[in-house]
Design a protein around this ligand. Sequence first.
Ligand code: HQG
Length: 181
Amino acid sequence: MKTENSFTRVSKFLSLVLRHEPDKIGLVLDAQGWADVEELLQKLHAHGQVLDRGGLQDIVASCSKQRFALSDDGQRIRANQGHSITVDLGLVPVEPPPWLYHGTVSRFVGAISEQGLRPGERQHVHLSLDRETAHQVGARRGAPVILSVHAGRMHADGHVFHRSANGVWLTDHVPPQYIAD
Ligand code: HQG
């Protein structure tokens, strides 16, 4: 069985409160998704997750997917993407490369070919720059299926793309005609 170290456990809990359920520990995020670091540490402590400022900085710095960002003055923290709560990350529209990739699993492919890619619980559909990353995303749920998204054509047709601070490509919806195997 895979054991999770405490670092991973705290990091996952941070994802939960900064992306989905700040209420869980009584935390309030501002409209741009930022939490006050001191308040976050106190509230984590009150809910049995002991972490100090250095530990938090370590998580931010060492997370391979750069899930979190600290403000320039170090007083605030937010998740770079992946929110289900409504936050304005202030991302500007960016022209995507011709192709982006989405990793999923075969049980979703039928619905995806009918409806296209939908954001589900999150604010955006998440797309990857390379097939390898998409492979890892799909593998979270089973044997991965990689879909190619004709992002260049979508952009030419007026669809808006953003790139999060950690390099994930985001868009609202990918209609089925832009998806290839
Ligand atoms: C599927 C992780 C049925 C979609 C990853 C996916 C990523 C549909 C699931 C990030 C559908 C949603 C996001 C449709 C899409 N019908 N199923 N029409 N459209 N789906 O977790 O892209 O570790 O919300 O294929 O690395 O898997 O959290 O999205 O399987 O970057 O930092 O519905 O999450 O990053 O699942 O993953 P998710 P995702 P973190």
